[in-house]
Design a protein around this ligand. Structure first.
Ligand code: GDP
Ligand code: ZN
Length: 347
């Protein structure tokens, strides 16, 4: 087969987000005769890759499997991987995963605390919450924590704006919560209100994903965005029967308009993962008060001279917000204990 010259035939990967940053990370692997591809679908142990020659099925190499110590090292949807063709020239072997720019992960089911990556290299995450009964500031905080941990840029969509009379007030409340600068958009996937404004995030080569409880309208929003794009494609491809097959199930879908949407089952049921950094970033108002507590290791529960509780008593900090912060801290400590126990057993 011979060694491909570096930078060869990357053109077909550009619509999937390949850029000079990935190219320079990949360069040493290219010198070993490997080629880059993006994971667009994950089955159990089998992946569908988008390669420069189109879609191909792939497995990880035996060497990769033996060296990988943690589940998170295995490829996930959205990852850029380094592969080589198998002898049949049709199937691919994955030899490595490029470092992720962002990743969403969850604890695997059961007693272990293995981290499983559910999606990688998402640029923008739409956190979808309903203006109706679904509206829940505590849950939104949780999603903001997750997003800030992931490395993706969060955008809040307050959906079902058509269902309630007080949507603008909810938007203002949400803007206060997303104080770190996540934009808040009021939308209705039913009437189409506010969806045009999302186009500025649907830039060619960029990858988005949606987070939010079941029933808030994620599928409807995706269909709206995809539907609009597919309408355009149908016009272009009137005489081309392939235009009809664009709905084939893929977890990473390329919109003809240029952006990509990742929609995996895992993204739909995310749990809080070790969100230590994210917790401090999203609760910076609480962490800013903490240095004024009498005790340096104050846990803001019953300690005398606690500046955080004092702020609650003065009505400057909602009690529910502090309770949520304490709960997240607790979960984090539990998690760290588990991980430490596990590492000690292993080493
Ligand atoms: P998902 O579970 O987040 O994917 O939610 P779906 O997209 O399946 O939507 C759940 C239900 O809410 C469906 O019956 C939708 O038609 C409805 N729905 C979604 N968006 C809106 C909206 O903006 N307004 C109203 N009134 N209903 C909506
Ligand atoms: Zn305190």
């Amino acid at each position: 087969m011979g060694t491909p010259p570096s930078g060869h035939e990357r053109g077909p990967l550009v619509p999937y987000g390949w850029d000079p940053g990935w190219e320079s990370l990949f360069a040493p692997l290219g010198e070993q005769g490997l080629a880059p591809a993006r994971v667009i679908l994950e089955h159990t142990h089998i992946y569908t890759l988008m390669t420069e020659r189109g879609e191909a099925l792939a497995r990880v190499s035996g060497r990769f499997r033996h060296r990988a110590r943690e589940r998170q090292e295995f490829p996930a949807v959205g990852d850029w991987v380094a592969y080589r063709w198998e002898e049949d020239g049709r199937r691919a072997r994955i030899h490595g995963v490029l470092p992720r720019r962002s990743r969403f992960s969850r604890k695997t089911a059961g007693l272990t605390t293995d981290e499983q990556i559910v999606a990688a290299n998402i640029d923008t995450v739409f956190i979808v919450m309903g203006c109706d009964d679904d509206f829940n500031p505590r849950r939104l905080e949780r999603y903001l924590v997750l997003s800030s941990e992931s490395g993706a840029e969060p955008v809040v969509l307050l959906n079902k704006a058509d269902k309630v009379p007080d949507a603008p007030e909810k938007q203002r409340e949400t803007e206060r919560l997303a104080a770190r600068g996540a934009p808040v958009h009021l939308t209705s996937a039913r009437t189409g209100q506010g969806l045009d404004a999302l186009e500025s995030f649907l830039v060619a080569g960029r990858t988005i994903a949606l987070l939010g409880s079941s029933g808030v309208g994620k599928s409807t929003i995706i269909n709206r965005l995809v539907g609009r794009e597919m309408l355009r494609t149908a016009e272009v491809r009137e005489s081309d029967s392939r235009g009809r097959h664009t709905t084939r199930h893929r977890q990473l879908v390329l919109l003809p308009g240029g952006a990509m949407v990742i929609d995996t089952p895992g993204m739909r049921e995310l749990q809080l993962w070790d969100a230590s950094e994210g917790v401090s970033e999203t609760f910076e108002d609480i962490e800013a008060l903490a240095p004024a507590c009498r005790f340096r290791d104050c846990r803001h529960r019953a300690e005398p001279g606690c500046a955080v509780r004092a702020a609650v008593e003065r009505g400057e900090l909602p009690a529910g917000r502090l309770a949520h912060y304490l709960k997240l801290q607790e979960e984090r400590r539990e998690f760290e204990k588990k991980v430490k126990g596990k590492r000690q057993k292993r080493d």
